[in-house]
Ligand binder design. Structure first.
Ligand SMILES: [Zn+2]
Length: 329
């Protein structure tokens, strides 16, 4: 049994449809047969292929990869957190409706997470609840909204709402730090800044003391194995012990908050997976592929299945943890 909790979709939307969100920057999809290009206005953003938007092709991919259930969420370029809420809310609703439409090809195997206009926490809470009522099994959020990290009061309000309404949250890095001057080529934003963004998101919740205020029942998962976080946990604990400015808002040792969140397994190296499972516990890691992108796991579940982990841990990571996290039947 394999449940993949981290995969993306992008609906077939025309340049005219996207222009309702933002003429200059809204993403849209240009397709030529099985190949496509996510476009920003007239600029190509990313080459893609049809499993991203075509449910039948996605189901064939699931069969090829022997994935029983795949959870899809927006491609982060769809978030629109910097657009006026009057346009961002209907956009999020449209994307969420299109996600359900794609999943309707086989609702037993394709599940979806909603996107929300996180720049407005009231609207984000309402859309998360609406989406849950419509059939979304959780939400995906970006790890920050401009200068606001996850510990910002408006994001805490949103996370608290999700806890109260029992809506699981997947946090995905996006809008990467460093800028085009430093992260200039070779996909450096994806290779260096993305893991750092996730580390920043996790530490902003731990070191701000936010976990002291957030309800314990909040279901929170970070993509890409939590980025650079597991490898650097010792560095953070040491800093907390040695420097009072690190302890200022965080009453407990940072590693004591590891039981407040989950991570996916997209780390691409058996040694990294081993460290991640030892750090988090096998009950807090879930199979995540990042399909259908080239930076995702090409043989979904291979890393976990072929690891030296005990069979029981593999079973938990490949499906059982996801089943309970997303309350799947
Ligand atoms: Zn992803």
């Amino acid at each position: 049994m394999k449940i993949d909790i981290h995969s993306h979709f992008f609906p077939k939307i025309s340049q005219q449809e996207a222009a309702r969100l933002d003429v200059e920057r809204a993403p849209w999809l240009a397709t030529h047969g099985r190949e496509g290009q996510i476009m920003l206005n007239n600029q190509p953003f990313r080459p893609v292929y049809d499993a991203l938007w075509d449910a039948e092709r996605r189901l064939e991919h699931l069969d090829e990869q022997q994935i029983d259930i795949q959870i899809m969420c927006a491609t982060p370029v769809m978030f629109a957190y910097d657009v006026a809420i009057e346009r961002a809310l209907p956009w999020a609703q449209l994307m969420n409706d299109k996600a359900l439409e794609m999943a309707s090809a086989n609702p037993q195997r394709l599940k979806v997470l909603a996107q929300v206009p996180l720049q407005d926490s009231d609207a984000a809470c309402r859309e998360a609840s609406r989406a849950k009522a419509c059939g979304h099994i959780g939400v995906q959020i970006g790890n920050h909204v401009g200068a606001k990290d996850l510990d910002h009061e408006s994001l805490i309000t949103f996370l608290t709402h999700c806890a109260r309404e029992e809506i699981p949250v997947l946090v995905h890095p996006w809008d990467m730090m460093g800028g085009a001057d430093r992260m200039k080529k070779w996909m450096l934003p994806w290779l260096v800044a993305m893991p750092a963004e996730t580390q920043l998101a996790i530490l902003s919740l731990i070191l701000s003391g936010a976990f002291e205020r957030l309800p314990r029942n909040l279901k929170l998962c970070f993509a890409h194995g939590g980025g650079s976080f597991a490898y650097l946990m010792g560095r953070v604990d040491n800093a907390w012990e040695q420097r009072d400015i690190v302890r200022e808002d965080c009453p407990q040792k940072p590693s004591s908050y590891l039981d407040r969140f989950y991570v996916d397994s997209a780390v691409f190296d058996p040694r990294a997976l081993q460290l991640l499972v030892e750090t988090m516990g096998a009950d807090r890691v879930m199979l995540g592929s990042d399909a259908p992108f080239p930076l995702g796991e090409q043989q979904v579940g291979h890393l976990v299945s072929h690891s030296a982990l005990p069979e029981e841990s593999k079973r938990q990571i490949l499906a059982a943890n996801a089943r309970s996290f997303f309350s799947l039947a």
